[in-house]
Design a binder for this molecule. Structure first.
Ligand code: UDP
Ligand code: MG
Length: 320
């Protein structure tokens, strides 16, 4: 590995005007300390409605290493990350949250592991100071479920705080699916991966953009993007219910043949109809989920649209 390798820090932000000015000096301090690295910073404004973009422009004007990208509207974190990574021309990338929950002070450790030859160094949240018990509990259930269902390895408690080597970046660039579950895509690539345990800190400013409903949809996205197990489960559910219904039907016919039919059994009939109807609706809904995704994919829309691109104007990157 040659000296002065390029490394770009990608920070996606959605309404983070208060957090960005606090994060920036910490990033710079880390880059300055990494003497053998040509460090860059790329801020991605995911359609913020506050002053985030103005802050980014200011930061870019004040530091030749800083580039800023503004999307045409809020596309969501996964698309914003994709946009940021697409705009990196060469070198490795590290993704961080704008809110300071992913401590930049870990950068030297990420770089050290990269230098050892790892392509995907992912931060693993050992403790999550900033997250409430409900978020931690649901996250743990989610990782367990998706770990079981998906054939792609998705390490538990790995966030988007990670370093990708140039070849991992190139590989990721080839995955253009619309429904992006980044944690799964990282896992799909393969190559050499290693975990870097860290403490997830509290937000430095502002509020979380991921409420319960958004996280629930995120979980559905992850499961349906990386597994067809729910479809199979629906098939089995159908098979078992059909078998049960058949046995029950046979029993009803026999009973009527031997003992006659005295027109009772309205409750059983209602129960059976409602149950079967419910099962069918569930299975239909599941098929609809996948069909909907197929539909979105078929439209072949771009993953994001760019409003403004402010490249870093470094002319000083030549090694001394
Ligand atoms: N984010 C984004 N687009 C969105 C929502 C969030 O770029 O639509 C960014 C946000 O600014 C932050 C990171 O994604 O830098 C993580 O978001 P947040 O801190 O709200 O999530 P949490 O840490 O609470 O899970
Ligand atoms: Mg956060």
């Amino acid at each position: 590995m040659n000296p002065r390798d390029r490394l770009t820090l990608v920070i996606t932000a959605f309404n983070e005007q208060d957090a960005l000015p606090l994060l920036h000096p910490r990033l710079c301090a880390q880059l300055d300390a990494l003497a053998d690295i040509d460090g860059r910073i790329l801020y991605v404004d995911d359609g913020s409605s506050d002053a985030s973009w103005a802050v980014m422009q200011q930061l870019a004007a004040g530091d030749p290493r800083v580039a800023a990208l503004r999307l045409s509207r809020n596309f969501g974190k996964e698309a914003a990350l994709t946009a940021g990574l697409d705009f990196i021309e060469d070198g490795a990338a590290i993704m961080l949250d704008a809110d300071g929950q992913d401590p930049p002070e870990l950068l030297p450790q990420f770089v050290a592991l990269w230098r050892q030859g790892y392509d995907d160094v992912y931060g693993m949240r050992m403790e999550r100071d900033g997250d409430g018990w409900l978020k931690r509990a649901t996250a743990s259930v989610f990782y367990r479920v998706i770990g079981r269902l998906s054939k792609t390895p998705i390490p538990a408690d790995a966030g988007d705080f990670r370093l990708l080597s140039p070849r991992a970046l190139a590989a990721l660039g080839q995955l253009r699916e619309r429904h992006r579950f980044m944690k799964g895509l990282f896992g799909w690539i393969g190559h050499r991966r290693v975990a870097l345990p860290y403490r997830r800190e509290r937000r430095v400013a502002g509020r979380s953009k991921f409420g319960f409903w958004k996280l629930w949809n995120f979980a559905l996205e992850g499961i349906t993007s990386f597994s067809t197990a729910p479809l199979r489960a629906a098939t089995y559910l159908g098979l078992f219910t059909a078998a049960g219904a058949f046995a029950f039907g046979a029993w009803v016919v026999c009973k009527a043949a031997f003992y006659g039919d005295r027109v009772a059994g309205w409750p059983t009939m209602m129960a059976a109809i409602l149950f079967l109807g419910g099962v069918q609706l569930i299975a239909l809904g599941l098929i609809g989920e996948y069909l909907g995704r197929l539909y979105m994919e078929a439209k072949q829309r771009p993953l994001y649209l760019v409003d403004t691109w402010l490249p870093a104007n470094v002319a000083v990157s030549a090694p001394s």
